[in-house]
Design a protein around this ligand. Structure first.
Ligand code: ATP
Length: 315
């Protein structure tokens, strides 16, 4: 039995609208998610015993059962005990390139890679929709991470509609090394401050579906119009994060001053991204903002939009 190496891309949110409360306690969302070339590498190797082990080269990522990659393997082992008995356990090695707790779905994409890799290693023959159903049990972003590309995500974020490929666009990302924003804090604070803007009655979910404002962004994506996409970037969570974290707002303003297509915080933050139409322009903006901000804790990356989710390395 062979080992597998998988590439697990990060995601950014081009659009995040909070529609309201759901009966399951989550928020009903309308998001547009985009895979980018900044990616972790996941190596999975058969081990002839009945165990799952995880090792990550980043000190702040747990190597125990709380690692989302471990949870993905444990879920498959529980669902397919015969495969585990036949093929044995798995050693998972994570090479971390995606910053953690950054709003870039780093943990979710690692879990997605383990699902895809173990499906191959244990010869399960799962369909895309079966994989995505299992993925949703691990986290709302995990199904998107499997499919990747550009997609409209509704429900908790797990109901996906693929959109047009945008692989002509580039992104600059920036994050303060020691700044993390808890996803739970961001959504909880939004509920406390803005719940009057949405109907919280369960039966009104249907009404709320009609309040989604993502139409113009979907249209800009269909036309592959980078300038329009930049103008229409939207993230409701900025309403709670920017007043609380002025350094995130400053970063956003620094990108804006460089005349980028658009700039925004990704997901629950604190990563801020800016869109450009070429790699050269992305590198220029990176250098300009780095010089302007001159902060030792600030880290930068450039990446390209990509049209796939989890894929085998070297393929
Ligand atoms: P999202 O955008 O989905 O909210 P995120 O990018 O903000 O995710 P992650 O990088 O996934 O956040 O990590 C959040 C926390 O999850 C980390 O603080 C870490 O302790 C834990 N974690 C568990 N497994 C992983 C993993 N494989 N990679 C990164 N973090 C992990």
């Amino acid at each position: 039995m062979r080992s597998y190496s998988l590439i697990a891309p990060a995601k950014i949110n081009l659009y995040l609208e909070i529609i309201g409360d759901r009966p399951d306690g989550y928020h009903e969302l309308a998001m547009i998610l985009q895979s980018i070339s900044l990616a972790d590498q996941i190596d999975i190797e058969p081990i002839g015993i009945d165990t799952i082990s995880v090792r990550c080269d980043h000190a702040e990522v747990p190597n125990d059962k709380t690692n989302l990659a471990y949870r993905a393997a444990a879920l498959l082992a529980e669902q397919f005990p015969d495969a585990m008995a036949q093929f044995g356990g798995v050693a998972i090695n994570i090479t971390k390139n995606i910053p953690i707790a950054a709003g870039l779905a780093g943990g979710s994409t690692d879990a997605a890679a383990v699902l895809v890799g173990l499906d191959l290693m244990w010869q399960l023959g799962l369909t895309q929709s079966e994989l995505e159903e299992l993925a949703a049990q691990i986290g709302s972003d995990v199904p998107f991470c499997i499919q990747g590309g550009t997609a409209l995500a509704t429900g908790r974020g797990e109901e996906l509609s693929p959109l047009t490929n945008l692989d002509h666009l580039y992104v600059v990302l920036a994050k303060y090394r020691n700044l993390g924003i808890s996803t739970v804090w961001a959504y909880k604070t939004y509920r406390q401050q803005f719940s009057e803007t949405y109907v919280s009655e369960v039966q009104d979910l249907q009404t709320r579906q009609h309040r989604v404002h993502s139409g113009p962004m979907v249209s800009a994506i269909m036309h592959r119009n980078g300038a329009e996409i930049g103008k229409l970037l939207h993230n409701d969570l900025e309403k709670v994060a920017l007043p609380e974290y002025p350094q995130v707002l400053e970063l956003r303003q620094a990108f804006e001053s460089q005349g980028v297509l658009g700039t925004m915080m990704s997901g629950s933050g604190p990563t801020v991204f800016a869109l450009t139409e070429s790699e050269t322009e992305a590198l220029r903006v990176l250098e300009a903002v780095k010089t302007q901000m001159a902060h030792p804790e600030l880290e930068f990356w450039t990446a390209k939009f990509v049209s796939t989710g989890i894929r085998l390395a070297h393929s």
